[in-house]
Every structure is written in structure tokens, then in C-alpha cells.
Design a protein around this ligand. Sequence first.
Ligand SMILES: [Zn+2]
Length: 184
Amino acid sequence: MAAVLTVAARHDDVPTLGGAAPTLVVSVTAEDLASGSGWSHVDGIDTPVPVSVAAHTACAGGIQRVLFDKNGRIVSIGTTDRIFTHHQRRAITLRDRECVIPGCHVRATWCEIHHVQDHAKSGPTHTDNGVALCWFHHRTLHTSGWDIRMNHGTPEIRGPAWWDPARQWRTHHPTREPALVRRI
Ligand SMILES: [Zn+2]
């Protein structure tokens, strides 16, 4: 369901708000985001949600830092290149075709783009650092035992011990046909 909403919000035919795609605003203090503990707040909902929600939102979406002074005045706003552009997303989708976790065949157009090297740790928003992960595998990546790395711009995946006791790195072999097939 979340994947459906995410894809729908990205679609070109969806009305925009002030020129931007419909946006989910999740706020969190810088300290809580860094420590991974505490609570974050979803705009319009009174009940706090775990800070992991903010972390996941930040990975697939983006972070805009807004600094307030003690009176609530906006002191500064930061813009980042945290979000993959439509062009980058399309290119990664063509390369990966489906979620890069072996055995998962969620098509890449339904996936989120994951920063292999965390943006917070200087990972660039570049096609060489982005892979397609379905909603489920993106959210469970840190606990499921799957590891992902890039090797000259192509994804490599290492399974958890229950899946591969040798824990070998493997290249991503999508089973789906490329989205664009040129017939001569
Ligand atoms: Zn998946």
C-alpha cells in the first residue's frame, strides 16, 4: 500500500502543490536523527512515530534542514541534492529492472532508490550510488542481513548467512526484460 502511494505521488499526472509533488513532512531533531532513538512527528498527526520513520523517509525522500531560533524564527534553511532526479531514477530503473534483493521481483518502477553509501556519510546522489529496492526490502535492509555495494557502478549483493553460508558477493541479475527493448 505504501509503495502504491509513493508511486502515485511521483506520477506526472498527479496534481502538484505549489509546483512540488505532494509531500509528506516528517520532522525530527538533528540529535534524534543522528542517534536513531527518540520520536519524530508527522505533519497533521498528533501521535509521535518512532525516529526510524524519519530515517526511512529521509533515505527515499529528502532532508531539508530548517533551523529555528529560540523565538521560532527561521534562521536558515538548507537545500540538498539528497533526492534522485527523475532522470537518475529512470536510469537506475532501466539498469536494475527490479528490486536488487535476489528472488524479489518487484519491478524497479515500483521501487524506491536507496543510497548504497548513506548520504549522511558523504554518499553522493549519483546513479553509481543508487539502487532499486522495494518498499519492504528498503525498510528491513538494516536488520535483514542483506548487504549491498557498488562495483564500478553496478550493484553487488551479499546474502545473510541463512541464504548463503559462504556470504559471497554476487552481481545483480534481474530476470525481468529491460523496460525498453529496441527491435531492429
Ligand atoms: Zn524487494
